[in-house]
Design a protein. Structure first.
Length: 327
């Protein structure tokens, strides 16, 4: 590598590092301790209410944080409603109809506005809710650095361009996460969120029928599991609401059942089973499958890091009074 190229690479790395440390300095644990001391408690109460009514909401809120951060950064843009002149992120195919939990965020925001008007951002509410949802499903919680501001732009086209698809192979997954500053190991760790929640049949049905020009079924999918899935997702069904649990053995518990499933070729998505395509990622799957505490600890750390992705701070954004529309 020439000295000029080396200088450019070093400069780029320096700028990225400076940006990350600047954000670390601006986001703070306990950010609302003086401006709205009840903020995290109120969010947790509303998440708990939603969970008690429908325990599947926990998976929805963890997924919402992920889908928010991967599009324009963690700026609450996934919450903005579409208008006659703009189709927003929440109505893009990766989010609609599968993303849920919006009412829980609305409820938390309404309560916060009544006691601390214009103080707590929607982006921070999502981050708190994801942590609380993890705890409610028996995962390890974490301190959430807060101080994010809300974005003013939400485009369906950007959701399609930035969210990793369930059909991705390992290289595509690695590149998608790397574009957000996350390592391959963090990608494997965060994929474990699929241990809770459910999926629409439309996200994986191509693995069951007409996989390619020569195969009807994806050969990386266990045959008996494929038979079970075909019963749950009949070929040619026009029902868009058919869903199956992503980790059938414990769909409401943040455990390592997901990794055990992947080892047994029971990964629901192509992107799940792709984790065995490389020796390094396959080894991480094995380590996670064997040690629940190890994976839960890594998951908490990876969620904190993901929560810094492209955040807006200071005057770069706003604190929305209604999470569904810009001020």
């Amino acid at each position: 590598m020439s000295s000029k190229k080396l200088t450019c690479v070093c400069l780029a790395f320096f700028l990225v590092s400076c940006q990350f440390f600047r954000l670390q300095a601006q986001l703070q644990v306990g950010y609302y301790s003086t401006s709205c001391s009840m903020a995290e408690f109120i969010v947790k109460e509303e998440v708990t209410k939603g969970f008690m009514s429908d325990n599947g909401m926990a998976a929805g809120l963890v997924r919402m944080h992920f889908h928010d951060c991967f599009v324009r950064g963690c700026d609450g843009s996934v919450l903005i409603d579409s208008t006659p002149s703009n189709t927003a992120e929440k109505d893009a195919p990766p989010n609609n109809p599968s993303l849920r939990g919006f009412q829980i965020i609305d409820n938390a925001k309404a309560r916060l506005e009544s006691v601390c008007k214009g103080t707590v951002s929607c982006a921070d509410i999502i981050a708190f809710a994801a942590r609380d949802s993890t705890e409610l499903t028996h995962g390890i919680g974490w301190d959430v650095p807060a101080g994010r501001k809300d974005g003013r732009v939400s485009l369906a086209s950007e959701a399609l361009a930035n969210l990793p698809a369930p059909t991705f192979n390992l290289n595509q997954l690695t590149q998608s996460f790397a574009s957000k500053g996350l390592t391959q190991e963090e990608m494997v760790t965060l994929s474990g969120a699929h241990t809770i929640g459910r999926s629409h049949c439309t996200s994986f049905v191509t693995r069951l029928y007409n996989f390619n020009t020569t195969l009807g079924q994806d050969p990386t999918l266990d045959a008996s599991y494929a038979t079970q899935l075909r019963q749950q997702c009949p070929q040619g069904s026009t029902n868009p609401n058919l869903v199956v649990p992503m980790d059938p053995s414990s769909p409401n518990t943040m455990d390592t059942g997901y990794y055990v499933d992947v080892q047994a070729n029971h990964g629901l998505f192509t992107s799940d089973q792709a984790l065995l395509a490389d020796a390094a990622t396959a080894n991480q799957v094995t380590q996670n499958a064997m040690n629940t505490f190890l994976w839960q600890s890594k998951f908490a750390n990876a969620m904190v890091k993901m929560g810094y992705t492209g955040v807006l701070t200071g005057n770069a954004g706003e604190v929305r009074l209604n999470c569904r529309k810009i001020n």
